[in-house]
Design a protein. Structure first.
Length: 57
């Protein structure tokens, strides 16, 4: 009985650690994608401003 409780606690801790690591990795990928999109949209808006003589909102 005691060994089952230790095993259960170890599995719970392992799952929580895995979830935390996955969450951290996803947040990092999300930040990277946001940076990429902001660079893309900033460059396209500046090109539009230059080519068509308009200002961005």
């Amino acid at each position: 009985m005691y060994q089952e409780e230790i095993f259960s606690n170890a599995m719970t801790d392992s799952k929580k650690d895995g979830y935390d690591a996955l969450t951290k990795e996803i947040k990092g990928m999300e930040a990277f994608i946001e940076r990429v999109f902001s660079k893309i949209f900033d460059s396209t808006s500046s090109v539009s401003e230059r080519d068509f003589n308009v200002t961005s909102l």
